[in-house]
Each structure stands twice: as C-alpha cells, then as structure tokens.
Write a protein that binds this ligand. Structure first.
Ligand SMILES: [Zn+2]
Length: 440
C-alpha cells in the first residue's frame, strides 16, 4: 500500500480494511443516538484473520452510541496476531505484511506506552483493545496512523526498524483513545482540533520520555522542533476558523492545529502549575474534562473547564491563542528550573518568487530582487521543467530545472532563506540535576 490510499476502504485478496464511515451503509442518524448493531463475518476464508473495533470472532455485537460504530475499524486478511498484557488487560496486535524487525521489538514499546497512558488517565480496566499495523511497501521512512473505537492502526515503512518517531506516533494514536475519544461527543472536529490533536501532540512525547523510550535530552530535541516549526509556520497567525476553510492540500494549515495546540499545552501547563502553586497539573484539566464526558466536547466547554484551574485573563489569552491565531509565547520556566530557553537564530522560508509558478511547465513569476533565488539566477519568465524542494524548510536546497528555448536544460540550486529570526531553544542547564518538568 502507498500513502494516502490507506484512508480509503481497502479490499484486496490478502487485506481488507474499512471504517464505519467509509465502508458501511447506514441511515442518517445522529452520532449520539443509541444503537444495537450485529456483524456477521462467517463468510471469511478460515485462513484469514479478523480484527475489528468489536472483537475478533465471526459474530460481533455492539450496543452504544452510533458515533462509536461510525468510528469503528474493520480489518482482516493475511495477518499475524498476538496478544499481550497491559496493566493486566489483554491487548491484541495484528500485523499485515513482512517486516524488517521482530514483532517482539514493537510489542515491548507498545506495552510501555499504553501502560504509561493508562496510568496517566487512571484508566486501566480496558477489556478489549487492538492495534493493527500495515506496511507502506518498499519504503524506508515515514508513517501515519488513525485512532478508532477501541483500536488504532499504523502504517509504517516496511524497510525501517522502529525509531523514536515510531514510538511517538504510537503514543499519539493511543492517546486519542481518551483525547478526544473519552471526553464527550465531538460535533465539530475542526473547532477543537487544536485541543484534540494539539494537546495529544504535546503529551505524546512526554509519554515516551516517561516510559523511558527517549531520554530527557531527546524530549527537548523533539520539543525544539515543534517550537521552531510553530514559530516559522506561514499559518502562525491564521484564525482557527480560517484554518478550517483552507485547502486540505495546504500542509501548513493542516499541521497548524497540532503545533498551536502543543504550544498552548506547554504554556498552560506552566500557568496551571504557577497559579495553583504546584497543586494541579495540565493532566488534572484532562481528567476534569473526562468527568463531564456526558456533555459534548466543544471549545466553550474546554475553556470553561480551564477556568477552574487558572484566572479569567489567562482563559481569555488561551482563547485568543487557540481561536484568533495570537502567537503563543514560550514562558521561561515552563519546563522547570533546570531547562532554559535560549535564543537561537533561524531562517524563515522564502522561495524568492511566487509559489504559484511551481507546477510542471510553469513560468517563473514574481522573482524578488535580493532573494537567494534571484542571486542564483532565477528570473521572471523562465520556463520550469521540474523542481525539487522541501516546502517550508529553509535548510534544504531548492533545485529548479529550467527549460531553455533551444531544448537545453539548466539546473539552479539555492537555499530558500528569507529573514533571520530568533527562536527560543530549550536546553538543559549544565549542572542542574532535575530534568524537564512535564505534567504527570
Ligand atoms: Zn491525531
């Protein structure tokens, strides 16, 4: 399988995978409506395995909210399955395809991560939970996942052994079981993506640090990438409503809620600690939201609940960060007394000409004098034969292939750098004994 086909219903001779949303025909009923659903999988070949949000047997039943069926995953085919325990409860791992690492390697990571998260949420009695891993075939890097009712799936590069990135991805998808899965029905995903994706992004790395999968220094490295990506994002000041209207192909708009929410979580974590004199943590906010999970999870309910932990002006600031696109500051002591935020120079991304020119057979337009592109010889009116770039990354060279009138081709390369800015960079203070303070 190749990205992004995993988001569609997949029906192949050795693998099927679909969700309630993309694979079931159903009447138009509300997500909060109570339903009784029966599934019959008796026609499957005996050699093929089955794992769904509701079990592994040929006859499956579910009673509960319709949204849990829409958000269910159904998969089967040629899979190897194994069961292991987390906090005394069974967890099923199903793997499609052939892998360059033994399953036991990923099992021990999953155990550590799920155990840390179940303890963080004080929720260990989960009688059925499954993880499904399928390969992006013949790939060496990259991965993705999605969380569903009682299950999450991961797509990983089949030629790579698990990395810190993989562990972080597992922690992210597993965390969705509670955020937003356990906090109340979500009616408008985009309205709270900064919370459901952003706070999850913040916690995923604290979880793998606490689980001992990455060292404190590794945690700071990952956080520094988030801070840098956030502050250099071209969508930094976009309102939440505007982000929702931006194209699904706008990578920066899609990524913004993850970054923005992670930064809000870091900031709010230190505000809660300061204003409660260390009596409360950010995790207490999550648990308070879960206590009222019979109510829908909306931005207003989140802000109201935050108001139980911090004062009114702080809630108003948070609202402006989340909804209006006011940039989130980095508070100097937000990771405790032993982590300093030091200014580091960084380049903003600037292509040097109109990005609309970047298409096959495009004509270069809007070249700005003084830009690195101009200095490399890029001029208005040149015909593009091809290009390669890392959009948004000022550290990677852009290469343009220009077509000349006589059929010749010329290559130009340059670093797409704009202004130099300073970015706060988290660093352990030498000689200081404590690590970064993260919410427990
Ligand atoms: Zn997510």
């Amino acid at each position: 399988m190749q990205h992004p086909i995993e988001h569609r219903a997949v029906l192949g001779p050795t693998l099927f995978e679909f969700t309630g949303d993309n694979g079931l025909v159903a009447p138009l009923i509300s997500g909060t409506d109570a339903v009784r659903v029966n599934f019959d999988f008796t026609g499957l070949p005996p050699s093929q395995s089955l794992v769904t949000s509701f079990g592994t047997g040929p006859h499956q039943h579910f009673s509960g909210a319709w949204s849990d069926v829409r958000n269910a995953l159904f998969t089967g085919g040629d899979m190897s399955t194994r069961t292991f325990e987390v906090e005394g409860q069974p967890v099923l791992l199903a793997m499609h395809g052939a892998w360059s690492f033994p399953a036991s390697e990923i099992v021990s990571e999953i155990q550590k991560i799920l155990s840390a998260e179940r303890n963080l949420w004080n929720d260990t009695a989960i009688p059925f939970y499954a993880i499904v891993i399928a390969p992006y075939e013949n790939t060496v890097s990259g991965g993705g996942g999605s969380s569903f009712t009682n299950i999450f799936n991961l797509f990983l590069a089949d030629k790579q052994t698990p990395t810190a990135e993989t562990a972080s991805l597992i922690a992210h998808e597993a965390f969705h079981h509670w955020n937003p899965g356990g906090l109340g029905t979500v009616e408008e995903t985009e309205q709270i993506a900064w919370f459901s994706e952003g706070f999850t992004s913040f916690y995923q790395d604290t979880v793998i640090e606490r689980a001992g999968i990455i060292a404190p220094a590794g945690y700071l490295n990952r956080l520094n990438v988030t801070i840098k990506d956030y502050l250099l994002s071209p969508r930094l000041r976009a309102s939440n409503a505007d982000l929702g209207r931006m194209s699904p192909s706008d990578r920066f708009a899609q990524q913004e809620p993850y970054l923005r929410g992670a930064m809000i979580a870091l900031w709010l974590s230190s505000e809660i600690d300061r204003q409660s004199s260390g009596q409360h943590t950010l995790t207490d906010l999550l648990l308070a939201l879960r206590d009222e999970r019979s109510k829908p999870l909306t931005a207003d309910r989140i802000f109201t609940t935050v108001g139980r932990f911090v004062d009114g002006p702080t809630v108003a600031r948070m609202r402006a960060f989340a909804l209006d696109g006011v940039p989130v500051p980095v508070s100097p002591g937000s990771l405790g007394a032993c982590v300093a935020f030091n200014d580091r120079p960084a380049w903003t991304f600037d292509l040097g000409f109109d990005t609309a020119s970047l298409r096959p057979s495009g004509v270069v337009q809007g070249v700005r004098q003084g830009s690195n592109a101009y200095q490399a010889g890029v001029r208005d009116g040149q015909l593009l034969g091809g290009f390669s770039l890392w959009n948004g990354n000022a550290e990677r060279e852009v290469t343009l292939t220009l077509r000349e009138g006589d059929g010749r081709r010329e290559r130009l390369s340059f670093l797409p750098r704009g202004k130099m800015v300073t970015i706060p960079h988290a660093e352990q203070i030498p000689g200081c004994r404590k690590g970064p303070r993260i919410p427990q």
